[in-house]
Design a protein around this ligand. Structure first.
Ligand code: VG1
Ligand code: CO
Length: 560
């Protein structure tokens, strides 16, 4: 079918540089005339020839259902048709969780995918939208590709759109827009089928059958995982409907902040503690993050979570029984708990910069099977994104496995058992959101000076002796690329650490992240409260960084 293609003259917009995970800006910014079109055109033009380029490509498209999704979908259709893309595979109503999109790219052997999400950032007309490109391995594009996208946006003079009618994404099936085929699919089905190949659904069902009083509560936080959680917990595993809450995706997430942590998933935490639930879990706006809690105020830090999953993987999860565990990896600020599991199991392990894109090469090279970030991200080489629902299923599998051996084991029991074997890495992150950018930059410049001069090395602060200081740099062992300035590290003799870095996912102002970690192998301390255990180190961090002086903030916005 012949369609008319129009060239539209445009000029570059400033700041279309993808951050830790794609371009995230206020909706109002994306709504500016040509803004979204420029960026989509840049993405298509930047698809590497080694990946096949845009012409003839098959792209997976979907997002977390946030406000402005519908308009962006139509823009993608028009620009794709003009660029000679051959097929778009889109979730119904444009809905696809980030892990489901990653899975589909791999399953369909697609060229790549365009993910429409700003993850845990709030949605709605006055909040955020986001666009990210994933490669044929299903993972976020690496820095050479995001840099290329950015370069194109700085010189763009025109974009091309095809004159095609509006596509209806609520209808399953195939439609044509000129030569472009658009296939709208059930957004949940393939993902649930994938989970069935990873986990032992029968073992989990029989655990729930044998423990009728075991109560589970899943919180979709009004984000994309609601339909996935409902289908999984209620329809597949047969749990009562009271096991899921906030499971309908809303364009503004009901005004909530869809970030699964103790602050923003407060409703879940309250209900689990007050209504006698044994297990609670939440996922973020786009479904790649997870939070795991147990009854009686048990909280599993994401750093512990990935270590515990790695510890039990081969026993409790069929996927790892079958494929083995090749190696482990964590992002730099994530606690060293995972390293201890790797050492004990004789596995190779890696420390990469913040952001899931750094795990992909290791996984593709079969050197990493399980990985995680302290920011509620946990995952494995089944896809190339972190996967919230997967992590929740991993935990339920572990609970079922441990209870088979020791009936009545709670989440807290599993934590304490782990600390008895490995010791405990107390870990906490302080976020100072939306601080004034120049103050944050000045703070980091001063820290860099201190580190370059080496003046803190050998000194003792609050009883902690500094062993090394640096600004983390990563040399990718697979492709040799080097990523510098990934965060200030102050490492002490006893392996305690302070890490400071600026967020790369915010849409305005700066967010300072301060991470502190302290190891204990004294069993008398394992049940201590995290904040009490870390207080002396946090004081050192605030003193060394002079955070209050530079940012004017006395208290963080979020503590996890
Ligand atoms: C944050 C987290 C990082 C995570 C990233 C994307 O980045 O710290 O660990 O990979 O968000 O997660 P930053 O640069 O703001 O610290 V998601 O669920 O927002 O895609
Ligand atoms: Co997310």
């Amino acid at each position: 079918m012949a369609i008319s293609i129009q060239s539209v003259a445009t000029t570059p917009f400033e700041g279309q540089k993808p951050g830790t995970s794609g371009l995230r800006k206020r909706v109002k910014i994306f709504q500016q005339r040509h803004y979204t079109e420029n960026f989509i055109q840049a993405i298509l033009d930047a698809i590497p020839q080694s990946e096949g380029g845009a012409k003839g490509a098959t792209l997976i498209v979907g997002g977390d259902g946030r406000y402005y999704l519908d308009e962006v979908l139509q823009i993608i259709v028009k620009i794709s048709a003009a660029a000679g893309v051959s097929k778009l595979v889109v979730g119904r109503n444009g809905i696809l969780s980030t892990p489901a999109a990653s899975h589909l790219i791999r399953q369909r052997k697609a060229t790549g995918g365009i993910l429409l999400t700003a993850s845990h950032n709030p949605g709605g007309p006055d909040n955020d939208f986001g666009i990210k490109y994933n490669m044929s391995n299903g993972g976020p594009s690496p820095e050479n590709v995001t840099n290329h996208i950015y370069e194109i946006t700085t010189t763009i003079k025109e974009y091309k759109i095809a004159d095609v009618p509006k596509v209806d994404f609520s209808q399953l099936g195939t439609q044509q827009a000129g030569d472009l085929t658009i296939e709208v699919i059930d957004e949940v089905a393939d993902y649930i089928d994938m989970l069935k190949t990873i986990f032992d659904f029968d073992a989990i069902k029989s655990f729930f059958k044998d423990n009728k009083n075991y109560k589970v509560l899943f919180d979709g936080m009004n984000g994309v995982t609601g339909p996935y959680g409902y289908r999984l917990f209620v329809e597949e595993l047969g749990l009562p409907e009271s096991s899921v809450m906030r499971f309908k995706p809303l364009p503004d997430f009901g005004g909530a902040h869809p970030d699964p942590n103790l602050t923003y998933a407060h409703d879940l935490v309250e209900r689990v503690n007050n209504e006698g639930y044994d297990f609670g879990a939440a996922s973020d706006g786009d479904g790649d993050r997870n939070m795991i809690i147990g009854g009686n105020h048990a909280f599993v830090t994401p750093s512990d979570s990935v270590a515990i999953i790695a510890h039990y993987a081969k026993e409790a999860i069929p996927y790892f029984k079958k494929n083995g565990v090749h190696g482990l990896a964590r992002s730099m600020p994530t606690s060293l708990a995972l390293d201890r599991v790797a050492e004990k199991q004789g596995l190779e392990y890696f420390e990469v910069p913040t952001g899931w894109k750094f795990f992909g090469n290791l996984m593709d090279a079969k050197r990493c099977s399980i990985c995680g970030e302290e920011s509620f991200g946990t995952g494995s080489d089944h896809i190339r994104e972190k996967d919230g629902v997967w992590a929740i299923m991993a935990w339920i599998s572990i609970i079922a496995f441990v209870n088979k051996q020791t009936p009545g084991s709670s989440v807290q029991d599993i934590l304490q058992k782990h600390y008895k074997i490995y010791g405990r890495n107390f870990f906490s992150r302080y976020d100072y959101e939306d601080v004034e950018g120049s103050g944050a930059d000045d703070m980091v410049s001063r820290l860099n000076e201190k580190i370059n001069s080496g003046e803190w090395v050998g000194q003792v602060f609050g009883g902690f002796k500094v062993k090394t200081t640096d600004n983390f740099s990563y040399n990718d062992p697979i492709d040799g690329s080097i990523s510098k300035n990934q965060g200030i590290r102050i490492i002490f003799e006893d392996t305690s650490r302070i890490v400071i870095r600026l967020s790369g996912t915010g849409s305005q102002g700066a967010t300072v992240r301060l991470y502190v970690e302290k190891y204990s192998n004294n069993p008398a301390e394992y049940a201590n409260a995290t904040q009490d255990a870390l207080k002396p180190l946090i004081d050192v961090a605030l003193e060394l960084s002079q955070l209050e002086k530079f940012t004017g903030r006395k208290e963080p916005t979020v503590i996890t």
